[in-house]
Design a binder for this molecule. Sequence first.
Ligand code: FAD
Length: 354
Amino acid sequence: MKHLVLLGGGYGNMRVLKRLLNSSDLPENIQLTLIDRVPYHCLKTEYYALAAGTISDHHVRVTFPDHPRLNIKYGEVTAIDVKEKKVLLKDQDAVSYDDLVIGLGCEDKYHNVPGADQFTLSIQTIDKSRQTYQILNNLHANAVVAVVGAGLSGVELASELRESRPDLTIKLFDRGDMILSAYKKRLSNYVQNWFVEHGVEVINNSNVTKVEEGALYNHDEKVECDAIVWTAGIQPSRIVRDLDVEKDSQGRVVLTEHHHLPTEEHVYVVGDCASLPYAPSAQLAEEQAEQISQVLLARWNEQPLPEMNEIKLKGVMGSLGKKSGFGTMGSTALIGRVPRLLKSGILWLYKYQV
Ligand SMILES: Cc1cc2nc3c(=O)[nH]c(=O)nc-3n(C[C@H](O)[C@H](O)[C@H](O)COP(=O)(O)OP(=O)(O)OC[C@H]3O[C@@H](n4cnc5c(N)ncnc54)[C@H](O)[C@@H]3O)c2cc1C
């Protein structure tokens, strides 16, 4: 038997599993093991709503596949020994592999801002999102919440929290001149205006230089806050950062066109940990996973490796609470109710087809 081990049951590896387990080309001698610290697939793209308290915990969980060829192991991955072909686990025996797909996702990146790791809340793991939910929803009336970072996740969290807690003062700290300034002007205007109309204070051209208990410093100005959520940057999982392999400037692993390490053709990296020509996203993880599945099947069946086409992404959909949203489809900017409905539809399809 040959053993494929998948680290992390996120968007990337769920797609690898779906493709392999449903394939008539999966050779009889391949056994699969999925390892995750959490006993279900988590819909990370919805963590902003979990933290804001507008959806239930159950809503962001999907059961892992039940299949005779798949063994599921729950535990904390602590290291990968590429030389010995072993995955080390906390308080459990190491797991050996013949092929490995690393899909451990990402963590917050604090850009060396003093106090940020200690005094801010996170929405990067389900556990941390639950803690954030508890703290945000237990805040006293009229408390002040700062959201640091106005990318997709910061915007979604600030708007969802507005709907969940109309009494709060919400301050969204944005580094740019205009919110979501990388998008078309029509879209960023719409989002900025949504915040103005809904009483969320957007602080453009901000630079958070220090965080301490109950306050952050924007440039050098102290801003008192009852809670601070960090959505200002991500980096690959520490397990991947600790690997002695080539990385790009964001710490993501540099791969061959077939998505494995240049020095080890049995170790693949999928999703947020992989160096790809796009910003990390669930959609990207899934598209890359499609290609990894093709490569694995070709290798196991001793067929020539497939040519890898350029990965094409369909666009981005973001929410502004439950009734409004924004997005892009090709070069078209979408604003208002339509992108919000599309986002809900995509989530619904994902949950029931995964
Ligand atoms: C609030 C928010 C909104 C987002 N919205 C969108 C969106 O609208 N569209 C989009 O495309 N992307 C969105 N993203 C980004 C998207 O969620 C990620 O890019 C995607 O989850 C990456 O998939 P992945 O397979 O690399 O890892 P993940 O989906 O993060 O999965 C990683 C898995 O590894 C497990 N794991 C991690 N470390 C360990 C360990 N040491 N031991 C054991 N298990 C471990 C985790 O439990 C998890 O199951 C959003 C992200 C956030 C935070």
